[in-house]
Design a protein around this ligand. Sequence first.
Ligand SMILES: Cc1cc2nc3c(=O)[nH]c(=O)nc-3n(C[C@H](O)[C@H](O)[C@H](O)COP(=O)(O)OP(=O)(O)OC[C@H]3O[C@@H](n4cnc5c(N)ncnc54)[C@H](O)[C@@H]3O)c2cc1C
Length: 391
Amino acid sequence: MTKTVVVLGAGMAGLPIAHYLLRKTSTQHTDLRVVLVSPHDTFYWKIASVRFALPDQMTEDKYMYPLAEQFTSYPTEKFELVIGAAETLDPEQNTVGIRVGDGELRSIEYHTLVVATGSRYREDMPWKEVGTSEQTRASLAKLRVQIRDARSIVVAGAGLTGVEFAGELGSAYAKSGLKEITLVGVGELPLEDKIKQSVRETARRELKKLNVRYIGGARVATKTSDDGTKAKSVTLTRADGTTQTITADLVVPTFGLVPNTSFAPEGMRAASGCLRQGEDLRVPGYKNIFVLGDAGDLQPAQAANTDTQTRHLMTQFNSYFRGEAIQPYVFDNSKVQMAFTIGRDRGTGQAGSWQIWSILIWFLKGRHLGTNTADAYARGDAGGMGRAWPK
Ligand SMILES: Cc1cc2nc3c(=O)[nH]c(=O)nc-3n(C[C@H](O)[C@H](O)[C@H](O)COP(=O)(O)OP(=O)(O)OC[C@H]3O[C@@H](n4cnc5c(N)ncnc54)[C@H](O)[C@@H]3O)c2cc1C
């Protein structure tokens, strides 16, 4: 009997998993059929969104790849692409309810479910997918006009996205004096606490070289006249309760990652909103539901973690579909591995306890922000992060 594997989400985990099941696993398990579900009908290369969100930086063909085109080589009896969002999950009946384009809620029965629905940013910011491809395009278009028209911009939130976006704005506008750019973060230094002090100091120094002002120990509390185009007066609050008011034409939020898990039963979710993810990457209590990437609660929301989880699951499929035991996923959340671009030419980062050279970050990440290999990732050729797939 056919075993239907439903993959929810065609992002950095769901897309390679679907390709792998079709290309590798199904050669040994000929009874598999894969249904890939995605509200976004394009694969979105979000790693570069901090650059292409600026006007005139990149054409859409560098960061949006039509999903249907990536799967044309697979026989239709083995693969179906469903453009829609999961709205319900009934693990007792093994069904998911998918809201498809015309508004119908389509019920799909699965043998195995892989949840790879990731996360999104608050306020419909296009750092990641905003619902459908049309919604993401509209959000990008609005932001580009706002950036073009603003003389002064406050970037709210100094995590990876905020630092990289402020760096791009610095490179494009502040360095040459075209616009004033301010980055506001809760830490005295940019980036999260878990990052080494020296890396965070480098980030602040590199931003300063681009004429980006950093205001630390503060968060954006209120902004007046914020009609979506102009925010004149921006109040910052500090941990000690004091406030500071600055002015800016535009405030751009870069914080607030929300997991896309509302379709799942309450009991499957952790307090963070992510799905509970056991060390075999399954939802505890459910032998046929796997969770990967940002939607799960095992590891911080990073592509590097998504990639190792995805690769691990790939190596377990043969045993799983034979009905055998699968191996636990081994990980170490104390090890920091992150690269931050700061503008077009510089960057900083950390691998374990080592600080990574700026030139290496530029070479490995900042030059292209992955857009040079994103098409291969979308087609399933690079096997994810430019490395070959597991056998
Ligand atoms: C600007 C930026 C730069 C980054 N740089 C790095 C980096 O350098 N290194 C690093 O390790 N990480 C980086 N990340 C983080 C990385 O992008 C995420 O960790 C990664 O995308 C997670 O992959 P995922 O497959 O879990 O989720 P996503 O890539 O978010 O994909 C989830 C998919 O699920 C779909 N979906 C949503 N809701 C539903 C639903 N209800 N039903 C079906 N499908 C749904 C979405 O449309 C989306 O396509 C960066 C993130 C951003 C925003």
